[in-house]
Design a protein around this ligand. Structure first.
Ligand code: HSE
Length: 349
């Protein structure tokens, strides 16, 4: 499988480490032999049709010269659409920084890949928060797969769970804690009565907050994830502009105390029923959604099976890279089955 890696930050570099550490397991167990033919960052692109040495690329990433220090295969200023014209690849893994307002540059990367009949696995919420229905249509039109497990729930398979394991029941509503940073802050405010600012500083140190933490605090990150869940799982056709959003800035100790007195706690809840909304809400302390630290949780309310709640780590390099791996395996499996099916049909004809 020839892969173009767009973005070599926390997720991209963790994926490269998994490819190195699990090469044999992936080849034997999953039939995947990942060959990274390009690594693109905001400065340019490494391109090698024979496959880039990932150990060398990871070392270069840490060095003063960055990826550009690998001069022989470095293309200064090259962007993903140009790189797609330079080499052949099967899948683009798009893990560029998220912009929830414009969806760029991820939107252009994903469109260019699909127009070149290249499958896409993305961890970038921006393009989907802005244009998910159009992107899914483009994928279908070009007969490629667009996979995005890592955009919601980090390594916790919230989207796959709802889509695959809940077949046969109707999902009436979704409620979730979809942002680890604000959950960390609100949990600290509840347990230790600390002010919001100092809890945010700790969350940033843990590496959970977005590059622009206002995305976390003002509820935009959770809203982007809600768009993806609502569209994928509930068949809606939303963009982030359709979501009513309120962040946690106004949550203070008075509000926390009032909730406590009623046996409740305040969480940043993203919900979709007849309306789609993100806002701080008081929930019962005993409800399974009441998770602490940076955990994420989502409750699906179904017609036949009642409420089902899934809890797990909603972010982190290895966790999110594991979701990318799941998507790559799904693409591989789909195409090997399709190959077998076509083979069988041809034998029968
Ligand atoms: N800033 C996000 C969070 C990272 O705190 O949940 C994962 O999308």
């Amino acid at each position: 499988m020839r892969i173009m890696l767009v973005g070599f930050g926390v997720v991209g570099s963790n994926l490269a480490k998994i490819f190195i550490d699990q090469r044999e397991k992936l080849r034997r167990g999953r039939g995947i032999n990942p060959k990274v033919v390009s690594i693109v960052n905001s400065r340019g692109a490494l391109v090698d049709p024979e496959g880039i040495n990932l150990e060398t690329a990871l070392k270069a990433r840490e060095s003063a010269g960055g990826l550009g220090s690998l001069k022989e295969i470095w293309n200064e200023g090259a962007k993903p659409p140009e790189v797609l014209d330079m080499i052949e690849c099967d899948v683009m893994v798009e893990a560029a920084p998220t912009d929830l307002m414009s969806g760029q540059p991820g939107l252009d990367h994903i469109r260019a890949a699909m127009k070149n009949e290249v499958h896409v696995v993305t961890t970038n919420k921006g393009p989907l928060a802005i244009a998910m229905p159009a992107l899914l249509e483009l994928a279908e039109h070009n007969d490629v797969m667009l996979k995005f497990s890592g955009t919601v729930g980090g390594g916790t398979p919230m989207l796959d769970f709802a889509k695959k394991c809940l077949e046969g029941v109707e999902i009436l509503s979704v409620r979730g804690i979809l942002n680890g940073t604000t959950n960390y802050i609100l949990s600290k405010m509840d347990a230790e009565a600390v002010p919001l600012d100092s809890a945010l500083a700790e969350a940033r140190e843990l590496g959970y907050a977005e590059a622009d933490p206002t995305y976390d605090i003002d509820g935009l990150d959770a809203a982007g994830k809600l768009v993806i869940i609502a569209n994928w799982v509930m068949g809606r056709s939303l963009s982030i502009h359709d979501i009513k959003i309120e962040g946690i800035r106004k949550v203070d100790q008075d509000r926390m105390k009032e909730a406590k007195e009623q046996g409740k706690t305040i969480k940043l809840i993203a919900k979709c029923d007849s309306e789609a909304e993100v806002a701080p809400m008081a929930i019962e302390r005993m409800h399974p959604l009441n998770v602490s630290h940076t955990f994420n949780a989502v409750t699906f309310d179904t017609d036949l099976a009642g409420e089902i709640t899934l809890v797990g780590r909603g972010a982190g390099g290895p966790e999110t890279a594991s979701a990318v791996l799941r998507d790559l395996i799904a693409i591989r499996r789909f195409y090997s089955r399709r190959g077998t099916l076509m083979g069988r049909m041809m034998r029968r004809a």
